[in-house]
Design a binder for this molecule. Structure first.
Ligand code: 6GU
Length: 244
């Protein structure tokens, strides 16, 4: 998979060189290219922003550097186009489902906005030749899209075949399709600072362990994410299953 990231703070994206994403890049599974938007400015101050039409606080990213960046990275006459992701708190939610969908793309480009966002014509221009998604990683406001890109790339990269050593660990985790949060996990020693590992996990009774883990998932989800539990409950009943 090819990934292009455009930002006025390319240093933020150096985190992509480490850990699992960095290994995937070194092994050739990922081709990561980070670009400084200011490469596509032509004035002495390398200006990327201007005041908003219609007034209001803050600054807006000018369309011209973005247009040149898109044309350089994905020429209009090229044989293929990336799917363009624009991180913004005004976007559609980034979910595990969207991570799976994006992991199936051969080429993703990310346009990191700063200030109050990017002139809206840039997304319209890009959408004339590529699929464009404005995406939010949650209901809070970041200063720019860079950290959101790190979040999304990590979530996507770990789904690529060959990136995670044991793909079975993907199936069991929270948000991976079952709709429940993951159960608590323990390792040795069996007693630590007065806290014991639940006896059932030491019993060797695999059916009882599976049932305990399921109950813990339901209990956790009810406590922390009642919204997920409601969705899971209605999915289970519409499939005419009784799982509790
Ligand atoms: Cl994707 N970008 C920014 N700038 N802020 C956010 C966000 C994205 N998601 C939540 N807040």
């Amino acid at each position: 998979m090819r990934l292009d990231v455009v930002s006025i703070f390319p240093e933020y994206l150096t985190a992509l060189d480490i850990s699992l994403v960095g290994k995937a890049a070194k092994s050739g599974l990922l081709d990561v290219r980070v670009h400084d938007l200011r490469e596509w400015t032509h004035d002495r101050h390398r200006t990327v922003d201007d005041s908003p039409y219609g007034g209001g606080a803050g600054m807006v990213m000018k369309p011209e550097p973005w247009g040149e960046a898109l044309d350089a990275i994905a020429p209009a006459e090229g044989p293929s186009q990336p799917r363009l992701i624009v991180p913004t708190p005004a976007g559609r939610p980034f979910t595990q489902e969207l991570a799976y969908e994006l992991a199936a793309e051969p080429w993703l480009a990310f346009a990191c906005g700063r200030y109050e966002g990017i002139d809206a014509r840039v997304a319209s221009y890009a959408a004339d030749r590529m699929q464009v998604d404005e995406v939010s990683i949650g209901d809070y406001v970041l200063n720019g899209g860079e950290v959101a890109v790190l979040v999304m790339v990590e979530a996507i990269a770990r789904l690529l075949p060959g990136v995670i050593g044991n793909p079975e660990s993907l199936a069991e985790e929270s948000h991976s399709g079952g709709g429940l949060l993951e159960y608590p996990v323990y390792t040795k020693p069996p007693a630590w600072r007065g806290y014991a590992v639940p006896d059932i996990l030491l019993s060797g009774n695999h059916a009882a362990i599976a049932s305990w883990r399921h109950d813990e998932s339901v209990r956790r989800t009810a406590e922390r994410r009642p919204d997920l539990l409601a969705a899971w409950g209605s999915a289970a009943s519409s499939a005419d299953e009784v799982r509790i």
